[in-house]
Design a protein around this ligand. Sequence first.
Ligand SMILES: [Zn+2]
Length: 264
Amino acid sequence: MAELAFFCGTMDCGKSTLALQTEHNHRAAGREGLTFTCHDRAGAAVVSSRLGLVRSAIEVTADLDFWQVVVAQRVGRQRVDYLICDEAQFYSAQQVDQLARLVDEMGLDVFAFGITADFRTRLFPGSQRLLELADRVQVLQVEALCWCGARATHNARTHDGVMVVEGAQVIVGDTRGASGPTPADGERQVGRIEYEVLCRRHHMRRMTRAGAHAVTGPPDVLPSDVLPIDVMPIDVRSQVGRSQVGRPQDSASPPRRPYADRHG
Ligand SMILES: [Zn+2]
């Protein structure tokens, strides 16, 4: 049974690696498919993973019609059994509708991979439509970690090192801090755009790794009974992060003052 599957998560959680692995597995099983991407970090018409894998792909432009692409392939007597759709958050809602129609009317399997929410914590249009239409939604299990060690669930954008929560939804920036911005929305940006994954707590407080290190006074780590992250051995950081995520609020502890009170 053909299906529309959406694999989602934050940046750094291995989506493109899984997209390339999925493509490999289906091809190895004798199936034929097409791979698409949009604004990949490595440039146009290529899917790249942080682990170093790279594969050519069809760049999804605003006017690309998935239905027409597949029809053209089949008219040319090219088999198409499945589609690999990376960076699907950048697709339009209409393009996701086309993907669903290909599943239902042509029996293709469509495997879409994308980030759910942008740096403002709002759903990308492509991801929203995929969540609405997919037969199966899978949140990727490779956990990206916030600088505090907790599970990173949100994407932050920094502009010249300062976290911002307003601006164009799509600006392809750098996640490693090595190069300048690549404007994707037709507007040239001034300054350096970078992205970083954070836990919700630190996203809400606009506290990036650099910002946390710049703050003087007690480290911003909760709850108060754990050691500051910076004095812990590195191998226990992820454990602390996990225990914080799942721990219910301790009603016996004093109410927390707002962040601005303590550091403002
Ligand atoms: Zn955090």
